[in-house]
Ligand binder design. Structure first.
Ligand code: 0X9
Ligand code: CA
Ligand code: ZN
Length: 324
């Protein structure tokens, strides 16, 4: 459990209760979809939100993933915020209503539930980042999910081959069951040869940053990233930063990484996508563990940015005045 002073955060059971209640209260808008299970057997939940949710519509699909890193608990609260915003404000907020009527939205509120639960076990924080899968043959535990994706895996010094490292990339791409199953889910959204998901945000903490691909190279353009594609990422990133006040930049400007979800979503799936590094901006604001009193403010802070991403999901190139 979370320490009593941070009871405003949701542990895995409480998150499950929120998801089940949102779905029960809004059967036409929200549905729970199984994506598989974690190493320790927890359900990797996805929630689909759209009007007339029982039908697979021909609407642009948008993906939100949360909590690849265990200790980044504020990202789960971001998922709770989005679940409530998209259902409670449907019918009253015209922008929310339009987006729920015209997009199919996938929220994966915790893709690393084993890590999250480990981080708070016994009521004290452990600064845990990775999943809870033991490395073969040794004592070390955990793969960094955000170094285990199958695009230029381990290419460029942006991950570690040591199981003891915080950025251990695993034994092979998708060796982590969580990554494998979320990737399978994304691949399952290819219908008639076309990836239905057009845009995505992967939520992390902290730093107050909006990051776009690639992370494996400092180059803006190159194989698989044209000038227009880069400019679209950058322009939409800057637009979103205009409302939440985060710093917009290419991922590698922070540091080089390889095997991240960002590079895979673009490099393999051609999904325009971002990492949001949420509150705080530096270690002064409580680092990975800000008090629960900041949850409402720091989740609502991303409301406009999320609605902007949803708004451009039909044609992201429009943000640079181009058609695809
Ligand atoms: O290192 C990560 O996976 C992300 N930062 S975190 O502090 N939440 O661990 C950043 C991923 C974005 N990609 C790059 N910075 N290259
Ligand atoms: Ca669809
Ligand atoms: Zn992270």
């Amino acid at each position: 459990d979370f320490p009593p002073s941070d009871s405003g955060y949701h542990d895995y059971d409480e998150l499950t209760d929120v998801v089940d209640k949102v779905v029960a209260d809004n059967p036409d808008l929200a549905a729970k979809v199984g994506v598989g299970s974690s190493y320790e057997g927890r359900d990797l939940m996805a929630v689909k939100i759209t009007s007339d949710v029982g039908t697979d519509h021909d609407r642009p699909e948008v993906l939100f993933t949360h909590s690849q890193h265990a200790r980044e608990h504020l990202t789960v609260e971001m998922a709770v915020y989005l679940l409530r915003m998209l259902t409670e404000d449907y019918g009253t907020d015209p922008r929310v209503t339009e987006m729920v009527d015209t997009r199919e939205i996938w929220i994966l509120p915790n893709v690393n539930p084993d890590g999250s639960e480990h981080d708070i076990a016994g009521g004290s924080y452990k600064s845990w980042r990775k999943n809870r899968q033991p490395a073969p043959g040794g004592w070390a535990v955990g793969t960094d999910l955000n170094r285990n994706w199958d695009y230029n895996w381990g290419c460029c010094g942006g991950s570690s081959g040591s199981p003891w490292s915080q950025t251990y990339r695993g034994t092979a791409p998708e060796s982590a069951p969580e990554v494998r199953q979320v990737a399978d889910f994304v691949r399952s959204r290819v219908v008639g040869g076309e990836q239905q998901i057009t845009a995505a945000i992967d939520f992390h903490t902290y730093g107050e940053l909006i990051l776009w691909p690639y992370g494996y190279t400092y180059d803006e353009t190159g194989p698989g990233m044209s000038r227009d594609e880069y400019d679209t990422h950058a322009e939409l990133g800057r637009l979103m930063a205009g409302s939440n006040g985060y710093t917009p930049q290419q991922s590698s400007d922070l540091y080089v990484t390889d095997g991240t979800i960002n590079d895979w979503l673009w490099g393999e799936q051609r999904i325009f996508n971002y990492t949001f590094e949420m509150y705080p901006s530096g270690s002064g604001g409580g680092g990975f563990y800000p008090g629960d009193e900041i949850i409402d403010r720091e989740t609502d802070r991303n409301r406009e940015a999320v609605l902007d991403l949803l708004g451009y999901a039909d044609c992201p190139y429009r943000v640079i005045d181009k058609e695809d």
